[in-house]
Write a protein that binds this ligand. Structure first.
Ligand SMILES: Cc1cc2nc3c(=O)[nH]c(=O)nc-3n(C[C@H](O)[C@H](O)[C@H](O)COP(=O)(O)O)c2cc1C
Length: 200
């Protein structure tokens, strides 16, 4: 492949996908049909806890994030697993159709999962939209491209003083220690040690 960065030119938005007991940030979302109950496809990594939950639950919600969203929402839902923390204790949500919808969002869609397509890394969940609302008509949505271009200022990583830290340039995970093991892999986003920057 000459340059797979062309994938970044596919315009996608930024969403919090929630289901009962969990959720995560997703950008791989597409409307794939129209009508009264359009079909929405969302691709979720198999290693995510949200994937496990979606296989058990028949409903999910997508909260659409605006450009001015509080970055803590991206940090909480995109760089942590519900296996380790309760994300819903950190971010304000509204209960709609028994699901948690993000309050600081432009609006939401609730979908009934009707089909799945599986590959080795992801499951594509296909949902029929059964409820939706707009909270903010005039605010601009955050695109994945905008997130990529502004992620350093959005995620602003702070490290503890007096300790040598290694910061993952992809997701902001911090490893503390004089030396980063060569075979180290980021526990959050999976990149190798070459993607870590030393901060003293
Ligand atoms: C900008 C951004 C986009 C992401 N897009 C997706 C996505 O489309 N699909 C997905 O499965 N994970 C995506 N993730 C990763 C998950 O949000 C992340 O792995 C999360 O910690 C999983 O949490 P969980 O284990 O509680 O499900 C994205 C993360 C970020 C920061």
């Amino acid at each position: 492949m000459k340059n797979s960065n062309i994938l970044r030119k596919i315009s996608q938005g930024m969403y919090v996908l929630t289901t009962i007991d969990g959720g995560c940030i997703v950008d791989a979302v597409s409307q794939i049909s129209a009508g009264n109950n359009p079909l929405i496809a969302v691709s979720v990594m198999k290693k995510n806890y949200t994937n496990e939950l979606l296989r058990k639950n028949s409903r999910c919600a997508l909260s659409i994030l605006g450009k001015d969203v509080n970055p803590e929402i991206i940090k909480t839902f995109g760089f942590n697993s519900m296996r380790d923390i309760n994300k819903f204790e950190k971010v304000e949500t509204i209960e709609i159709e028994n699901l948690n919808v993000i309050k600081d969002s432009l609006g939401y869609m609730v979908c009934e999962i009707i089909d799945t397509i599986e590959n080795d890394t992801h499951i594509l969940f296909i949902g029929k939209m059964i409820e939706a609302d707009v909270f903010e008509e005039d605010k601009e949505e955050m695109t994945y491209n905008y997130y990529q271009q502004h992620k350093e200022e959005l995620l602003k990583v702070t490290t503890q003083k007096g300790k040598t830290a290694w910061v993952c340039i992809v997701c902001g995970y911090v490893y503390y220690g004089e030396q980063l093991p060569e075979d180290f892999k980021c526990p959050i986003c999976g990149v190798d040690s070459t993607k870590f920057k030393k901060k003293e």
